[in-house]
Design a binder for this molecule. Structure first.
Ligand code: SAH
Length: 229
């Protein structure tokens, strides 16, 4: 296979990924442009790959599964936490033009934004702690966290709009993480188990995001604690 061309069958057949918008997005986004040159040959294998700084671009199947769980439409407003290479953001932006992403490493944030804009995806990326979300553009219809967190950051749950969907891998170690979907309906959260996963960790301590937590956030934290007890 030529390093820059997709295999005949891309995406591969994933029995549980059926959303046509998601499948079209995966088919369209050139994943080889999101991986370092030395890994380009493997860009269309269904595996995670290193992108430098100890980070990874997720496995395409997991990207598809998480995106599908968000039930996006062309009008959805989406927040991603952990831009990394920008690949997941591109898949989101192929579906809706309203995508924001927060990335903690400035070099990755800059490179990802440049790459996305070069491909015509109008994603805005800011450098910062994604545990705090991006309140200026809230409420979101969907939030996707692409690094594993020991808890669900309350600020993210708070920034979900009514009917909003949040997908997040939860776990303390890389060996034990579970992928959850949270749905907010009339202010109330429910959770749904999506599967077992392995992600790089979301950095920053839960405490650092709570120092200035207000009453509303403290309440959501209690609700989340109850949900994940
Ligand atoms: N979605 C990316 C892969 C993400 S890897 C892609 O498609 O390529 C996880 C990313 O989360 C890394 O880039 C890491 O730097 C970032 N990250 C870790 N902790 C974070 C935090 N607290 N806030 C924002 N980003 C964070």
């Amino acid at each position: 296979m030529n390093a820059s061309s997709r295999p005949d069958r891309w995406p591969p057949h994933w029995p549980d990924v059926t959303d046509p918008l998601v499948l079209a997005a995966i088919a369209a986004v050139p994943r080889h442009l999101f991986v370092p040159p030395q890994h380009r040959e493997a860009a269309y294998e269904d595996i995670p790959l290193p992108i430098g700084h100890g980070q990874t671009i997720s496995q395409p199947y997991i990207v598809a599964l998480m995106t599908q769980a968000l039930r996006l439409t062309r009008a959805s407003r989406v927040l991603e936490i952990g831009a990394g290479s920008g690949y997941q953001a591109a898949v989101l932006a192929h579906i809706t033009p309203h995508v924001w992403s927060v990335e903690t490493l400035p070099e990755l944030a800059r490179a990802a934004e440049e790459r996305l804009h070069g491909l015509g995806y109008p994603v805005q990326i800011k450098t910062g702690d994604g545990r705090l979300g991006w309140p200026e553009h809230a409420p979101y219809d969907a939030i996707i966290v692409t690094a594993a967190s020991p808890d669900v950051p309350p600020a993210l749950a708070a920034q979900l709009g009514d009917g909003g969907r949040l997908v997040i891998p939860v776990g303390e170690t890389i060996w034990k993480q579970t992928l959850w979907l949270l749905v907010k309906t009339r202010g109330k959260l429910r959770r749904e188990f999506l599967g077992e996963v392995r992600f790089v960790p979301l950095v920053g301590s839960p405490a650092s995001a709570t120092a200035e937590e207000d009453v509303a956030l403290a309440e959501i934290r209690r609700e989340l604690d109850e949900l994940f007890r």
